[in-house]
Design a protein around this ligand. Structure first.
Ligand code: SF4
Length: 69
């Protein structure tokens, strides 16, 4: 699984990090600057929860099977 953050959509709510503290890293101003990240299997659930929590829908989850959410 991979995540991609549309950083231009991020408005710094930090909800992704609340739901996925081991996946999502924010800068000092609370914005998510991660461009792309390969997520190890043990963190897939955190990655999915964080993406769902983002009010701006700025996080795209790319499943290895080709699915995107
Ligand atoms: S929840 Fe969305 S808008 Fe908020 S910091 Fe994370 S990526 Fe940015």
């Amino acid at each position: 699984m991979r995540i991609r953050v549309e950083t231009h959509l991020c408005t710094g709510h930090a909800l992704c990090q609340v739901q996925g503290p081991d996946v999502y890293v924010l800068n000092d101003l609370g914005f998510n600057e991660t461009d792309r990240l390969d997520v190890p299997e043990e963190l897939w659930e955190q990655a999915r929860r964080g993406a769902l929590a983002c009010p701006e829908e700025a996080i795209v989850v790319e499943e290895d099977g080709g699915g995107v959410s």
